[in-house]
Design a protein around this ligand. Structure first.
Ligand code: ATP
Ligand code: MG
Length: 201
């Protein structure tokens, strides 16, 4: 049997609490600009129970991520972090995904906010050795130079994407204050949030 052609897979990890149109625009733009075959969304496990009190649980975040991506044949959702049942560290995520895709090319996507504090991540200098790093612009976050982060510029692609000033924090706050989130998240995600009464308390 012939080996299948290696796929170019973008990995977008996040709490997705909830997933919003900013995430989807990042994924679609990176897929097109970097000629990726697939974008795999990876909802993280919450790091503390305190966080879960203010946000949705893992299964609800996973369900919303599925609903948000269902119409795009290039978007997939992985349960790899949720099933690990411990605090998510990206280095573990990448090892697990690499085991599942030994011959594919992996690209790890992060926004400017995460890049600026990347040196705080566990084994952060190993991450660009396991995947190619793609850093996208985000409104409100000026990118710090690679030297300050402690990474070599050659291993990183920087991409300017259309600015959508949306965050999950903003969406949770709007829901808490009974404001609409219409046009900030896909309609099925909005419907799921309303049906389950998420983020109101
Ligand atoms: P929270 O406010 O709860 O932190 P968030 O909107 O930052 O939520 P995350 O799940 O933390 O969403 O983000 C997942 C990834 O998507 C991160 O790498 C983040 O930088 C990136 N990202 C999220 N929203 C945007 C946006 N509007 N533009 C660019 N990148 C974004
Ligand atoms: Mg965030």
């Amino acid at each position: 049997m012939n080996n299948p052609t290696p796929q170019r897979i973008g990995l977008l990890g996040g709490t997705f609490d909830p997933i919003h149109n900013g995430h989807l625009l990042v994924a679609a733009t990176v897929a097109q600009e970097c000629q990726l075959d697939e974008i795999c969304f990876i909802p993280t496990q919450h790091t503390t129970t305190k966080q879960e009190q203010h946000g949705a649980n893992s299964e609800d975040r996973y369900a919303m991520t599925l609903l948000a991506t269902i119409n795009n044949p290039h978007f997939t959702v992985s349960r790899v972090d949720i099933e690990r049942h411990t605090t998510t560290y990206t280095i573990d995520t990448l090892h697990d995904i690499k085991k599942q895709h030994p011959t594919d090319h992996l690209f790890f996507i992060i926004g400017a906010d995460n890049f600026n504090t990347f040196y705080e991540w566990k084994n952060y200098q190993t991450i660009p050795l396991l995947t190619h790093l793609i850093v996208v612009t985000r409104p409100g976050y000026a990118l710090r130079p690679c030297e300050e982060i402690g990474l070599a510029r050659e291993n990183i692609t920087f991409l300017t994407i259309p600015a959508l000033d949306i965050s999950s924090t903003m969406i949770r706050e709007r829901l808490h204050h009974h404001q609409t989130i219409h046009y900030l998240v896909p309609d099925p995600v909005n419907a799921y949030i309303q049906k389950k009464g998420l983020y109101v308390s």
